[in-house]
Ligand binder design. Structure first.
Ligand code: NAP
Length: 259
């Protein structure tokens, strides 16, 4: 299937590793030129070089913490005029509802709600102007079914989901779609760190923690960044123009719900 993406340009945030990188690679595979961002410059440059070599697309990098206002400004400048925006950032740490302070909530809002909104506000007007655009936000399965130890994620990402639900309908008439991808457990560094949390809480081995979490997934395994990226590329494609304001769950069937 021709996704109709060749020659387009995308910003993919938090994309030196994991799900963001999966999205960047899938878009590059469709001929999309990229602006990539992550905090650590070394992994970011390595990823950019590998993507250039593998797919022959242009890749620009902006190293910095996407939750910081000045980095958002730099990224928006570097990505001015992009056709596609994929928002992403690290997830909040696990913990207990009674322990989180106001500052913990503000940090989670900055990363998983306010940064995506700032990027949408910065880059979507030009998409509306030219009559075509795609915004995909990487959120979490925690939006659909809360994960108690990830209360900061449950809270902040639900706020972004509410913003998208209304805004997507305001801009759909301009040829711009906004949708969210909701990852369940995927085999990335984030999954390893959450496995380590289970190890610490239950005094079991990493293998036991992984097996325990895999047993909660009907597919019997963690998802891959490649599978996740393919879904992102489809939502960004020309074929997906009638998909508006949706929340696509990629969780191997883990959430037991009819809809
Ligand atoms: P990951 O493998 O840890 O990769 C995170 C990527 O984001 C890295 O490239 C990292 O590079 C970058 N990053 C992190 N914080 C950043 C920031 N503040 N500014 C700029 N770049 C940043 O994580 P992942 O598994 O891909 O997860 C991506 C998102 O999906 C997270 O929000 C996570 O909570 C969510 N999620 C993941 C899963 C899962 O099972 N993997 C499930 C549900 C939700 P630097 O560290 O160099 O910045």
């Amino acid at each position: 299937m021709d996704m109709g993406l060749k020659g387009k340009r995308a910003l993919v945030c938090a994309s030196s590793k994991g799900l963001g990188r999966g999205c960047a690679e899938a878009l590059a595979g469709e001929g999309v030129n990229l602006v990539l961002n992550a905090r650590g410059p070394e992994a970011l440059e390595d990823t950019a070089a590998q993507i250039r070599a593998a797919y022959g697309v242009d890749v620009v990098t902006v190293a910095g913490d996407i939750t910081a206002a000045e980095v958002q400004t730099q990224v928006i400048e570097a990505a001015a005029g992009v056709d596609i925006l994929v928002t992403n950032a690290g997830g909040p740490p696990p913990g207990m509802w009674s322990d989180w302070s106001r500052d913990d909530f503000i940090a989670a809002f900055d990363a998983n709600m306010l940064a995506p909104i700032a990027l949408i506000q910065g880059l979507m007007p030009a998409m509306i102007e030219k009559g075509w655009g795609r915004v995909v936000n990487i959120t979490s399965a925690s939006v659909k079914a809360p994960i108690p130890v990830l209360g900061l994620s449950n809270t902040a990402r639900t706020g972004l989901t509410g913003f998208v639900a209304g805004t997507a309908r305001q801009v759909a008439g301009s040829g711009v779609t906004i949708n969210n991808l909701l990852p369940g457990i995927h085999a990335t560094d984030r999954a390893v760190s959450l496995d380590q949390g289970v190890v610490a809480a239950q005094g079991i081995t990493m293998e036991e923690a992984k097996a325990q979490r895999e047993a909660t997934i009907p597919a019997g395994r963690y998802g891959t960044a490649e599978e996740f990226g393919a879904a992102c590329a489809f939502l960004c494609s020309d074929k997906a123009g009638f998909i508006v304001g949706q929340n696509l769950l990629l969780d191997g069937g883990a959430i037991n719900a009819t809809i």
